[in-house]
Design a protein around this ligand. Structure first.
Ligand SMILES: Nc1ncnc2c1ncn2[C@@H]1O[C@H](COP(=O)(O)OP(=O)(O)OP(=O)(O)O)[C@@H](O)[C@H]1O
Length: 254
């Protein structure tokens, strides 16, 4: 587990006058399961959005699978990344958002097969077989012909997970995947992510407000505040005897 899957080196990200990431240094090893916790507005989602190239950074560097995300080597020199490089880098990662963002006019099966067919060039049969494999993994094999509006929020989020997995990324990013769900539907989505974390060698980076869940699935938990990592350690330490006062306060341990 020595290869680095994700690395932020001295990254600064601002929105206008507001510094959202303040010289952030952060890395995740290949196969590691890491949760980011912290107060609202601390920059947690921004980390994931930068990885998906949905946001640019002001300075510093981001590496994915040990390659620079925003730069590429052209003619032996480091040059700003072209669209092709960005597309290739994005392919290393699958992201599941708070909102499921399924295509409403497509069946569940087509939601999952669309990218494998058109981005990876899989045949219809191969893409369908892949959709079946991942629908089984998320427990929705019998829903392939339904449309998103015919499913519960929890089922839609499980389809979104299957859709991301069907691209076979090495890294899965989850941005508060249960925060848009009714409480009674949270468990089924967490169960799927938990199974993924136990049974796969995927690298997993999860932003969550579900502390017990972060405790259960993570190798490491990072507590973010004001765009910095205040504390970073195994869940047994962070959730029971963190060193930093700010972490204790956030977790209401005092
Ligand atoms: N597109 C944007 N334009 C301006 N400000 C933004 C934008 N996106 C995020 N921000 C601001 O950046 C800060 C960090 O946002 P971010 O979503 O990363 O926080 P977060 O820790 O994920 O919060 P939450 O737990 O509420 O989702 C917030 O103050 C937010 O208002």
């Amino acid at each position: 587990m020595n290869e680095t899957a994700i690395e932020f080196r001295d990254v600064v990200k601002c929105f206008g006058d507001v510094t959202v990431l303040n010289h952030l240094n952060f890395s995740v090893k290949k196969g590691e399961k890491v949760s980011i916790i912290g107060p609202s507005g601390s920059g947690k989602s921004t980390v994931l959005r930068i990885l998906m190239t949905l946001e640019k950074i002001e300075s510093g560097a981001v590496y994915v699978a040990e390659q620079p995300l925003w730069h590429e080597i052209r003619e032996g020199r480091l040059a700003p990344a072209g669209e092709r490089h960005l597309r290739e880098m994005r392919r290393e990662m699958g992201m599941v958002f708070q909102q499921f963002n399924l295509f409403p006019h497509m069946t569940v099966r087509r939601n999952i097969t669309e990218a494998p067919r058109h981005v990876l060039g899989l045949s219809k049969n191969d893409a369908n077989a892949r959709a079946e494999e991942y629908l089984q993994l998320v427990g929705l094999s019998d829903q392939a012909d339904k449309y998103p509006h015919q499913l519960s929020g929890g089922q839609q989020q499980r389809v979104a997970i299957a859709r991301a997995l069907a691209m076979r990324p090495g890294i899965m990013l989850f941005d508060e995947p249960t925060s848009a769900l009714d409480p009674e539907l949270v468990g089924e989505v967490l169960a799927v992510i938990q199974r993924l974390s136990q049974e796969s060698d995927l690298t997993l980076l999860l932003v969550t407000h579900e502390m017990q869940f972060a405790h259960n699935i993570s190798d490491r938990v990072c507590f973010f505040d004001k765009g910095e990592i205040v504390e970073d350690g195994p869940p047994e330490v962070i959730f029971t005897h963190p060193k930093e006062a700010r972490t204790r306060e956030f977790l209401k341990l005092d």
